[in-house]
Design a protein around this ligand. Structure first.
Ligand code: UDP
Length: 356
């Protein structure tokens, strides 16, 4: 029987891991989970394990609240110690966080094969910590599961065909999660009863390039304040954004709430009129739930959404935000197009791993 060690640490990874964990259990692969502790608040971590029935982590490293270097370094050390004891057949990492890079690097140095789910994505800006994490993780992985053709093309452009690596397009595991939990969310979510509005734009803001740049953050808050006068804006506040906003003295007119669990997030996505976000995952979830999206970034890894008219990039510019809003209020799109595999990505990855 194969033994897989999965490394997670941040909110988007819990959502992704839920989909493969269920498949591992189905086919009888033993999986153990290391939680690095990068996200630790109950509403950023525990709620996902409970709602999505993710197996309890075998190891909790509790590494957070320090800079990128210290965080990655401490994770590397902690994960290496566990891998030396456990000797898994492969290490599985997701996405592009410091936990992803630390897990991949610890395993690669011990010659343990690394499986990277959500590989091949690029934003082509090395200013993003996520871009650094993705490129390095892809380069030291053994198996790369790519969500899109764009991801395959990015790897081809970097000559990954010359490397001893297996590249497979399996689709996007976040669509698996969205489809699998939509019904449960409809039954269990409570957030809509607590909102003072029923027609609204759902917003999320947490990318370092926005939160740590005072002029960008100011513009984003201004833009959302302006939009809020026409369409109420509801924004579940990521802890980093909450801290920085509190210190900034910026006047926020729109509705902020605490971060919500996955069921409530799905409910917000189902009921909103529009999504505004700098999140990677939420851009796709807007599409999964048939909503247009305005992305508060200059570029996106999910270019197919922009090319096919589902998503518009506004950066932090309030005018671009408002013109994209007006555009989308007058347009309907066909959201049935298959861009992300329609919920079969996790099964495909796990069946491949099982036959490996
Ligand atoms: N999410 C959530 N509650 C929130 C905000 C986000 O459940 O209050 C979910 C969201 O639906 C998606 C995941 O968290 O599944 C995305 O995480 P995040 O935006 O933090 O990371 P990114 O995708 O940008 O890496």
């Amino acid at each position: 029987m194969k033994r897989i060690m999965t490394i997670v640490g941040a909110r988007p990874q819990f959502v992704k891991a839920a989909t493969l964990s269920r498949e591992f259990a189905r086919v009888g692969i033993e999986e153990k989970i290391i939680h690095t502790g990068q996200h630790f608040d109950a509403n950023m971590s525990e709620v996902f394990f409970t709602e999505m029935e993710i197996p309890k982590p075998s190891y909790q490293l509790d590494i957070n609240g320090v800079g990128h270097g210290a965080m990655t370094g401490r994770m590397l050390e902690g994960i290496e110690t566990i891998l030396l004891n456990e000797k898994p057949d492969a290490v599985l990492v997701y996405g592009d966080t410091n936990s992803t890079l630390a897990g991949a690097l610890a395993a690669a140095k011990l010659h343990i094969p690394v499986v990277h789910v959500e590989a091949g994505l690029r934003s082509f800006t090395m200013q993003m910590p996520e871009e650094i994490n993705r490129i390095l993780t892809d380069r030291i992985s053994t198996v790369l599961f790519c969500p899109t053709d764009t991801a395959l093309n990015n790897l081809a452009a970097e000559r990954f065909d010359k490397l001893p690596v297996t590249i497979i397009k399996n689709g996007d595991v976040m669509q698996d999660a969205a489809l699998f939990y939509a019904q449960k969310a409809a039954e269990k979510a409570t957030v809509m009863k607590q909102l003072p509005v029923q027609q609204f734009a759902l917003a999320t803001v947490h990318r370092q390039e926005n939160t740590d740049d005072p002029s960008k953050l100011k513009e984003i808050v201004e833009g959302l304040n302006v939009l809020h006068r026409e369409l109420p804006v509801v924004l579940p506040l990521h802890p980093r954004t909450r801290n920085i906003l509190n210190q900034s003295g910026l006047k926020v007119d729109f509705i902020t709430i605490d971060p919500v669990g996955y069921f409530d997030m799905i409910s917000l996505l189902q009921h909103c009129d529009l999504v505004i976000t700098d999140s990677g995952g939420v851009q796709k979830e807007a599409f999964f739930f048939g909503k247009h999206c305005i992305t508060l970034r200059e570029q996106t890894e999910w270019v197919e959404l922009v090319e096919q008219g589902y998503n518009r990039l506004a950066g932090s510019d309030p005018e671009l935000l408002m013109s994209a809003y007006r555009h989308f209020m007058q347009h309907r799109s066909d959201f049935t197009v298959d861009l992300y595999g329609k919920g079969k990505a996790a099964a495909m990855a796990v069946e491949w791993i099982n036959a490996w």
